[in-house]
Design a protein around this ligand. Sequence first.
Ligand SMILES: NC(=O)c1ccc[n+]([C@@H]2O[C@H](COP(=O)([O-])OP(=O)(O)OC[C@H]3O[C@@H](n4cnc5c(N)ncnc54)[C@H](OP(=O)(O)O)[C@@H]3O)[C@@H](O)[C@H]2O)c1
Length: 291
Amino acid sequence: MTVLVAGGTGRLGRILVRSMAADGERMRVLTRDSAAADELGARGIETVIGDLRDPEAVGRAVDGCSAVVAAASGFGPMGSSSPQNVDRDGNLALIDAARVAGVEHVVLVSMHGAAPDAPLELLRMKFAAENALVTSGVRWTIIRPAAFLETYLDVIAQPMQKRGATLVFGRGDVPVNFVSVVDVAALIRLALRDAGPSGRVIEWGGVNLTLNALSDAIHSAAGHPGKTMHVPLPVLRVASVATRPFSPFAARVTSAAVEMNARPGAFDAAPERARHPEIAVTTLAAAIAAG
Ligand SMILES: NC(=O)c1ccc[n+]([C@@H]2O[C@H](COP(=O)([O-])OP(=O)(O)OC[C@H]3O[C@@H](n4cnc5c(N)ncnc54)[C@H](OP(=O)(O)O)[C@@H]3O)[C@@H](O)[C@H]2O)c1
């Protein structure tokens, strides 16, 4: 059984691929990056170099696979990738190619808050992909992770070395649910098992925390009180519009930051976590220690 991992070079994908490789699982990674493909190849991991927006590459990628993990995203600073052409259209192409190739199971990494009328475009694009998967006729599992703990820790800690301070977008006092990528990778692996969860939309969270709490934890791990710099909310609001013409990525990030400060992103992850007690919750302290 070969599993295609689209997005296998991303933050989540790297953890997933490492964990599958450690257990000798057969997999193939789709990436546009030939250097990343070389590095994976050197570790004995099969790769297909290609873009989710290229139907021929997608067809080659799924060929002979029994399962597909759709974990790519066009949200990041990825050239011309975008939520529309990767999170929606790329995933639609992947799901259709999987159906045509007779792939048995597609695990889609969506996002908490995915909805047809969500305020953020990314969440609307994720919902469109979810909808396509559910109606594809292929066995499916949809995972909606909360915000990735490690991603936000990195963003907040980024200025630490140069300025000795952390950076929080907005007031940072609204509780948000954060989940470790380690726990998301573990759930994907569970879903890939024959008896794993399928035909379900899984809201997969960790702990409810504020951005300020992440910042405080970074300072205490560094062993000193340290300063937290804040980008004021009005600045973020203006930037989310003003940056659109020349940096769609900056516009996406600042829009997401405005949203994160505007409405509580906290939810009770306990009921879903209780269904999968074999996956322990990675704590904030553990994520910081893992670095
Ligand atoms: N970050 C969060 O807080 C968060 C929260 C919930 C859910 N998620 C979801 O979790 C998944 C993983 O997120 P992440 O933050 O780990 O991702 P990431 O680090 O931003 O990596 C993005 C991945 O997408 C791939 N990609 C981008 N454009 C592509 C294209 N046109 N064709 C093929 N591949 C393309 C990249 O591969 P190459 O560059 O190698 O081609 C890379 O592997 C995504 O689906 C994301 O939406 C993220």
